[in-house]
Design a protein around this ligand. Sequence first.
Ligand SMILES: [Zn+2]
Length: 386
Amino acid sequence: MPNSEFYLKTLESIVSQPTAPFHEERVCHKITSFLKEIGVPFEIDRWGNIIAHYQKGRVSPPLALMAHTDHPALELTERVAPPEIKGANWTAKLMGGVASRYFDQPSPVLLFTLGSDKPIAGEIVGHSSTIAGQRGINLYLNISDDSGLQAGDFGIWHLPNFQLSDGFIYARVIDDLVGCTATLLTLWKLVQEGAEADLYGLFTRAEEVGLVGATLLLQNQAIPKNCFVISLEASKTLPGALQGEGPVIRVGDRGVTFSETAEFVLKAAANKMGSDIVKVQEPKVKIQRQLMSGGYCEASAAVRSGYNATGLAFPLGNYHNMAADGTLQMENIHEADFITGVELLYETALLMAQYEELLTEQFLTEDKPSQDADRLLQTADYIKSE
Ligand SMILES: [Zn+2]
């Protein structure tokens, strides 16, 4: 694919930014400078969510792609630690879902203070749980040179930013900077092609601590009520949602069933690209469709706010950096799943212009010959006569 090199370069530049819930400013600055470069207008709402809008021609209903700018990380709480934790001089809290056993072994981190991009090295040397579950995990750190740090600063796992190997993309953060990048690239392609479309790009904050930014953005109707919303996520692989088998049209999450009204257009685009998910045909492209029940995603916030919403997921290895060996490692996705996902989103944005015609097109079922209808008529008498 001709654009894949540019797609991967763009992904690398976004995922290389350190981020955490409530500390998304570096990623957000990359996103807004990309939007400025391609000339797509945007607004920043009062909570810091970015709302970009590409509009050309009269297309209705509009489409919105939504992705979050944060990733599980830690936030420093106080410059003190329990004496029984050897070497610890700071306490931090875990922000986002990582199981506590991943902190049983010492783990290196990089810390950042507001206004400086210079990382300060530290190490997680212990942990404790204040309440049951992942939200109450305290982490204890050894930071030898901590003069530039204060409570409220954040830290990320010290892992490489980005690597390509054997058709896979490895990065410290795939979830959900891949969704942000896919949104940017869809906007970029619409601009390149001068396409008629009405597409919002929503870049939200603090998803990992409970869909906070997305819920506020949607409740405040930052986008029109008739907008179809597609939540983009990197989501834990599952049977039927495997790496290298294509992006996954996500029919629901752990708790919520998404909307057929919105999914319909995604399926129509998949069909147009030659996928076999809804129609039996020799597949030209790999796309999957599955309930991704591993966690919640922002589409459920959109459904609860009254939108027609669905999801597209990139099957993710080492979800939230949790590797099978009990250590924190880079997350990974398959290169082809990422590239196909961007193409699918672009085709979906284009298809919205033909939404009314699509509704009358029976692409979801095989065209059955009319003899079958005649046979039903002929044999209905057996049913009527007792
Ligand atoms: Zn996540």
